[in-house]
Design a protein around this ligand. Structure first.
Ligand SMILES: [Zn+2]
Length: 190
């Protein structure tokens, strides 16, 4: 498996890295929750705190080591980190919904398109392994190929050649979706 690249990247578009750095002594601190962030802030934090840029960068903390001012590090991390946190973030776990989370995690089976393997699957696996010590699925993982049109092009809605899968199944049967392997590309119309 490849390395999950969390960044950091010095871009605007990404997940703000959850690390504050002291301007005086370089001490670093990663708040464990919104409440923890509020507790360490050196000013009042609005009730409707927005954790995205540029709003989160206005929050400054008091350094635990020297009482200096801490600012969030400028880097952001790859947004796949957010996607990989889905099993936990959707229930705001571990802060609430513990029972609901434990009933549904890990998933029995995961099915996704081949183009999601490197991004979503890797990030799910990495976050899940780091956070719980186990993968996010128990019984299987299927990665499906793409359905292509008669010219070999993918069929996104934006290209105007999208195929309604139910129309396709009714006309040709569901087995036309399955190629020699789950990794294959199925091309129709030829
Ligand atoms: Zn300091």
């Amino acid at each position: 498996m490849g390395r999950l690249d969390l960044g950091p990247h010095s871009f605007i578009w990404g997940t703000p890295l959850n690390v504050w750095i002291c301007k005086s002594c370089d001490h670093q601190y990663a708040p464990k929750s919104v409440q923890d962030l509020r507790n360490h802030a050196n000013h009042s934090v609005p009730d409707d705190l927005e954790l995205h840029k540029p709003y989160v960068d206005k929050i400054t903390l008091t350094c635990l080591k020297c009482q200096g001012e801490m600012e969030r590090t400028k880097e952001v991390i790859d947004v796949w980190f957010d996607s990989g946190s889905m099993p936990f973030a959707q229930y705001h776990y571990p802060f609430e919904n513990k029972g609901l989370f434990e009933k549904q995690f890990p998933a029995d089976v995961v099915v996704e398109g081949v183009d999601q393997t490197r991004g979503w699957f890797y990030s799910l696996l990495a976050v899940s392994s780091l956070f719980t010590g186990k993968p996010f699925f128990t019984n299987g993982y299927f990665s499906l190929g793409h359905i292509l049109d008669e010219d070999g092009r993918k069929c996104p809605k934006s290209k105007g050649n999208v195929i309604n899968p139910m129309d396709f199944v009714e006309k040709y049967g569901q087995m036309h979706f399955v190629g020699p392997s789950f990794w294959s590309i199925v091309r129709h119309g030829t």
